[in-house]
Ligand binder design. Structure first.
Ligand SMILES: C[S@@+](CC[C@H](N)C(=O)[O-])C[C@H]1O[C@@H](n2cnc3c(N)ncnc32)[C@H](O)[C@@H]1O
Length: 364
């Protein structure tokens, strides 16, 4: 392969010049040559050594160092790459061994080629799916499988979070890897409450999805004595049951109560006699958390501190009012608020705020 031999200090200049003219051979690295010189790999379209634009630099023949493509798009044919170059998807999400990518309408007809290019570049991915948006009452993504590494088109996969395996199915249930920090904080707050109460906790996660919050809470020694968890989406419920059995399989002290239900969160207090039982409540239905909160408050136990941690999507300019609104709901239900904190969880849409609220209260 032809290489342009240049002084080391000028490597950047010549690399840029070659790249901008399409003379740089992609997928091949720069050679280190004797005497502090570098060899820049040249493509077929680079001019011969006699071209004045090379100044006094020689062109040598040397074996190229193949780096392999650095970006999945380098696996596309030059024709497709040329056609879709302005609409190449520049981000994607990976859940377990499934890659989920949004494709603009103009490039969707090359979905299979794009998926194959991604599979070529990313060895840990098994299945590539197009994300066609959120559908249905459970806000699940409409996924269209595009290509699979081994003819396994199943959308069930396993995610490892904080050392725990969680089974999920991105085509049927909600799961957000972006909330893993919130889940770490759930654990820290639960430990604080356990220390305050000097005993393991009775917890309730009525919008548990596939159970990522429970993954860390249930595995912590002597943190939880009773667990009430559920989800209204039957597919999430099924995976939740499997995941919870895995989370608790290594506990030294078994839970004294475990109720996993496929019910509407607002039914918990009557359905399972969980009324006035719960020390630690998670409220994660961001589009409706605040609306549902009054029906969940009867779950909280009495005469000692309890904690609610919840997440809600609100208008940006309403953040300051939320604390008062939540406090009023708790007081109306007979609670005395010790502290409430409402703050924005960064990294979500800009017109709305994704808010976390945490309140400590005592019901009498
Ligand atoms: C934002 S997700 C949270 C899931 C999980 N806690 C997590 O962090 O991944 C909300 C979950 O609530 C479930 N859901 C929706 N409406 C519900 C309701 N009325 N009662 C119980 N669960 C509900 C959805 O199926 C979904 O799994």
């Amino acid at each position: 392969m032809r290489h342009l031999r240049v002084p080391s200090a000028q490597t950047q200049h010549w690399l840029e010049l070659c790249r901008s003219h399409g003379w740089l051979q992609t997928g091949v690295g720069v050679l280190s040559l004797e005497g502090g010189l570098k060899g820049i790999p040249l493509s077929h379209s680079a001019p011969p050594e006699t071209d004045k634009r090379w100044a006094d630099n020689a062109i040598i023949s040397a074996e190229g160092i193949t780096r392999g493509p650095e970006h999945w798009s380098e696996h596309l044919s030059p024709e497709i790459l040329q056609e879709i170059k302005d609409e190449i998807p520049n981000s994607y999400e990976i859940q377990g061994d499934i890659l989920i990518v949004k494709l603009e309408q103009e490039v969707s007809r090359y979905g299979t080629e794009i998926a194959n290019a991604m599979l070529n570049q990313l060895p840990s991915v098994r299945l590539v799916c197009a994300d066609n948006g959120v559908i249905g009452e459970f806000r699940v993504r409409d996924l269209q499988p595009l290509s699979s590494r081994n003819d396994n088109f199943s959308t069930i996969t396993q995610i490892r979070e904080n050392g725990v395996l969680i089974s999920t199915d991105p085509a049927k249930v909600y799961f957000s890897a972006r909330l893993s920090k919130e889940r770490e904080d759930n654990l820290a707050v639960a430990k604080e409450l356990r220390n305050k109460l000097s005993r393991p906790l009775r917890i309730c996660d009525p919008y548990a999805g596939v159970g990522p919050s429970l993954a860390s809470l249930l595995r912590e020694k002597e943190l939880v004595s009773e667990c009430f968890a559920g989800d209204l989406n039957p597919d999430a419920f099924e995976l939740l049951e499997t995941n919870i059995s895995r989370f608790i399989s290594k506990l030294d002290t078994p839970l004294s109560t475990l109720e996993v239900k496929n019910i509407d969160a607002r039914e918990w207090a009557k359905e399972v006699q969980a009324e006035s039982k719960i020390d630690y409540l998670l409220v994660n239905l961001p589009h409706h958390s605040l609306e549902h909160l009054p029906s969940l408050l009867p779950l909280l136990s009495k005469n000692h501190p309890t904690v609610i941690r919840g997440w809600a999507i609100i208008d940006r300019d309403s953040l300051t009012n939320q604390k008062d609104a939540i406090e009023s709901m708790i007081e109306l239900a007979g609670g005395v608020v010790e502290s409430i904190n409402c703050s924005e969880v960064k990294g979500f849409s800009s017109s709305k705020i994704f808010m976390r609220f945490e309140s400590w209260q005592i019901f009498h």
